[in-house]
Design a protein around this ligand. Sequence first.
Ligand code: HAM
Length: 415
Amino acid sequence: MKNIQAIRGMNDILPDTSRYWEMVEGLLCHVAIQYGYQEIRFPLLEFTELFTRSIGETTDIVEKEMYTFLDRNGDSLTLRPEGTASCIRAGIEHGLFYNQIQRLFYCGPMFRHERPQKGRYRQFYQFGVEAYGLFGPDIDVEIMLLAMRFWQELKIDHKVELQINTLGNLETRVKYREQLVQYFNNNYDVLDEDSKRRLLTNPLRIVDSKNPDLQELIKNAPKILDYLDYEAQAHFDGLCRILDEIKLPYVINPRLVRGLDYYCRTVFEWVTTEIRAQNAVCAGGHYDGLVAQMGGKSTPAIGFAMGLERLILLVADNLTMPNLQVIYLVLLGDDVIAEGMLLAEKIRANNKVNVIVNCGGGSMSSQLKRADKSGAAIALILGDAELAKREVLIKYLREDKPQQSVKIENIFNYF
Ligand code: HAM
């Protein structure tokens, strides 16, 4: 019979890498809390309409990437492809935005039916932050600094670059869209099939195309920065001024338009040159109209999300994992099991070290082999003879030190 395998693009995270995940996720939560952000958790499944209405009918995500199905009641449900829509849904449902400033973060799996490749998967993890009730540009800077702190803590700040742009307000985009459509229509024959389709549905996305044959055309296309109204221009200038003053390096990328429809004003991405095709590690921007559009009170909003797989790819060769002290307890004979289990409990409680108890019996040498394989630094050996003297033997597995025997009641002072 054929073995059942994982679904393409959906990965198991095995014990040798889960250590990095635990560390990175722990650090991200810790840093977000340092900035006053609080965790929010929402379901993996939502009504499909939540995503079609917020992300946009003509985006890649909604057009071709969502995992959508009818459940047993005949409701159309979708596995969340991102967190922002759910965050707004939960915020409106529980009255979080009513005359309040909210700083929220979340972490968990998202689902998109994309073509899998290095750094792009069908189930992937995002860590996201969202701030509500603040217009900026101070909050824009805070959120960029927060991301920068992650990179510094993870020692990858030299591997990422901040790119920013502004999409202005809705009127700006309508005006800009007209100019773009006219420009690309004048050059219709040069466009590829995908861009011809986008010209009708979502022309801004043509500017984002990676097709090398279109680069010259895109370079000469109208730039949104030339169409900004006074307010959007002042917001963007204010952002750049603070970034300059605090010396947070950035580049303005006029081609940065983002793939989801809800953005306005500041948009940004942290990109890396280390993962070739999938270079966006973290991306976000303002979405000031979305809360009202989804039925809430008009509330300015900004946030970002980072792909944890891409982050792990970047940090894996940078991080030295803290070497937690691990003790392996060798138990020789059935009569010492109960005493051994109690001893391990006491060490765990008193000394905050990890204790692995040998289960399943075995000779001294086979238990010591398991101890070695577990990565433990120390083996504690307890047999009938030691128990009779209320002692335990300490054997160093990684250091050239002689074996010692220690009274059981003194063992807690020993570590
Ligand atoms: P996004 O650009 O679609 O934005 O995704 C954010 C990040 O998630 C990307 O920069 C990338 O690191 C990661 N990512 C996206 N798709 C995949 C994939 N298939 N495999 C691996 N990683 C992936 C959003 O999702 C917005 N909700 C971000 C946001 C929050 N904007 C405002 N607040």
